[in-house]
Design a protein around this ligand. Sequence first.
Ligand SMILES: [Zn+2]
Length: 354
Amino acid sequence: MQPLLRLLPLLATLQALTIIEQSLHKLHRPPSANHAEVPERLESAKAALLASDVKVKDWRNAVNSTTCTVFDAVDALKLVHDVDHLREVQAMSQTGGGFDTDTYCAPGSWEAVLDGTRAWADAVALAVDDEGPAFALSRPAGHHATRTTAMGFGLVNYACAAVAKALEGGASAAVWKSKFGRATWRFTKVHAIFPHRSAVSILDWDVHHGNGVAAIFGQEPRVRYCSIHEAGGFPGTGQDESDRGALGNILNLPLPKGSGSDEYFAALRDKALPFLLDPAPDCLLVCSGYDALEPDPLATMTLQPSDFAQSVDAILARYPRTRVALGLEGGYALGENGMPEAFTETCRALVDGA
Ligand SMILES: [Zn+2]
């Protein structure tokens, strides 16, 4: 066989993964040492991936993004949050403070969350442009933040801001680019013709219900949102599987406390993926929390790191990996079988799974 032909199977199995890191996350520091939401979360996830044999094609720092500037990030946040809420976060970031006992704001938190927003916006943009998979490595988790409130550690809702920005730009199955010099025009007409076509599906496998995402996109027909979470857990919403929201674009999948691989995989395969991927959206965003892992201190589920690789495989078996974006939500166990390991296994599956 010719040398080039021998390389073809190898080239076919090695996939490109982009990591977009929130470089300024360390500015967001808790007021006390015993808080679960600490900078070590992101640093340990990054260290685990770098120490592994997973090949990352492109490792970017969001602070250097030219496709989502600081001003673009503010505009994206304004699409999903009241301006008064953003002003409050910005003002509290001057001195430090807290919205509640969980949700702190440190000097520099505003700059940190703008950086996190840029990471998520670029990850979603890559997937919309069929250039994924991309993973936004950021903190704190944002899926609890509503239009008007910070909660559950989250000051702003990264997932919603990133998706809203993509929708405003015309996320669609057909994105045409014409480049002349430095200028880029993007023509996205599908939603002008079919305004009710679903553009983005969001899968949230954080152990907690993403009440903020459900509330913000409950009236957005171009988005489908499915959350798999622990029944009765924080924040107490999303408990009724039959409540599909006013537009039918929401699916709640609460699982009993102590659930493990079998329950999660059945919910993913039989309910979540059919709901999110049929008909196929233009982009799948995964709110990738890892607090359903067995050692996590904030929940009772019993998932293992390899379960997340299996979940990614299930997605890639029925949806193109180039249209998948992920962002880090929760996950507070940092030791053996904890979040850093599960994050790495997720990335491994994105690169060479399915
Ligand atoms: Zn969580």
